[in-house]
Design a protein around this ligand. Structure first.
Ligand code: FE2
Length: 343
């Protein structure tokens, strides 16, 4: 993307995020990655009268090849963490999520926006206040629920006992002290009680495995008891999923993590065909997807901090909150969560 255009979308983003004169905005990058993101955010912060600086970490010394979450690279640099705790807003171009340092920075009142997706996707899925309202409506509904049930024509029938963990929303920007968000995003989620997820999930062709960044080709049947996956059955996709989780040699890698649904009608289910190397935020956000995840729940305040993490957005599923149908085979049922043209 042309740098002027990139500057413009970052300016729109920081305006939505409430950046103003008197604030300090830090931008974090790693190695040679995303220097153009840093340039654009620094420029945008200056346009809004904020003080701003760029903190660049060295490249990781070794790369495992796996997408292991939670290691920020900041763990042995307390001075850098202190600096980031003292700014108003941190733009994270490295993906700090699930690390203790991110939580410490948020706890200090710094709001954090992650921006790692391709610039073209950031532009196309620019957040809006209207989308935020719809997401927050969904989050309010979810926060009141005591149970969630997900079903699908392929045979999924799984129940989450809720009420233990907070509900979180992602709408792509953040103007709230201490709050984290990810650009782009439009979904809501919470987690089931640690021993409170039971049933069966049957993945169907077209469901999405992140971070494999692949579409399921053959059905996969997951049997879940008391919050953990006890059995994974099916063809090649089942074998790949099993083999990957097993490689972490960590029983907590089979834990059930966050669960919720997506709301952005502009996000494409086929998005991985356009941005195969991205983080998959478009897939997490597409309208009417039901997404469950496997692995850590420390983001929600839970005890599981395994580095093995999957997000699995599914098409055509139905989701009930306390027996009220909220997603009907991939269509949101409640007008307040729909875009104007679908109401
Ligand atoms: Fe996740």
């Amino acid at each position: 993307m042309d740098q002027n255009l990139f500057n413009d979308i970052c300016l729109q983003q920081l305006k939505l995020s409430g950046v103003h004169e008197g604030e300090t905005v830090a931008v974090l990058t790693r190695g040679s990655e995303r220097g153009e993101y840093a340039d654009a955010f620094l420029w945008a912060a200056q346009q809004l009268g904020a003080a701003t600086f760029h903190l660049r970490l060295p490249s990781p010394a070794s790369a495992s090849g796996a997408w292991a979450v939670g290691d920020s690279g900041l763990g042995n640099i307390p001075l850098a963490v202190e600096a980031l705790k003292s700014v108003d807003m941190l733009v994270d171009c490295t993906f700090l999520l699930f690390s203790p340092e991110q939580f410490a920075i948020q706890d200090a009142g710094t709001r954090i926006l992650t921006a790692v997706e391709p610039p073209e996707l950031l532009a196309r899925l620019m957040p809006t206040t209207e989308l935020r309202e719809r997401v927050e409506y969904g989050a309010d509904l979810l926060a009141k629920a005591q149970s969630m049930r997900i079903t699908s024509p392929a045979g999924t029938d799984v129940t989450y006992r809720l009420g233990v963990y907070p509900t979180m929303s992602e709408y792509g920007y953040t103007d709230t002290p201490g709050r984290w968000d990810h650009w782009p995003a439009a979904f809501v989620f919470t987690g089931g009680a640690d021993d409170g997820v039971d049933g069966q999930i049957v993945l169907s062709p077209g469901d999405v495995l992140l971070p494999f960044n692949t579409y399921v080709q053959t059905p996969v049947t997951l049997t879940i008891e008391q919050g953990f996956i006890r059995d994974i059955r099916g063809g090649l996709d089942a074998e790949l999923l099993s083999s990957y989780i097993k490689s972490f040699d960590d029983p907590r890698g089979y834990g059930m993590s966050h669960v919720g649904w997506g709301l952005d009608e502009r996000a494409h289910w086929h998005g991985l065909t356009q941005f195969p190397g991205g983080m998959g935020m478009e897939l997490r956000s597409f309208y009417g997807n039901v997404m469950f995840s496997i692995g850590p729940n420390n983001e929600l305040g839970g005890p599981n901090d395994t580095p093995c993490h999957f997000d699995i957005p599914m098409r055509g599923n139905s989701l009930y909150l306390d027996d009220e149908l909220v997603v009907d085979q991939g269509e949101l049922t409640i007008p307040e969560m729909k875009p104007a043209e679908k109401r």
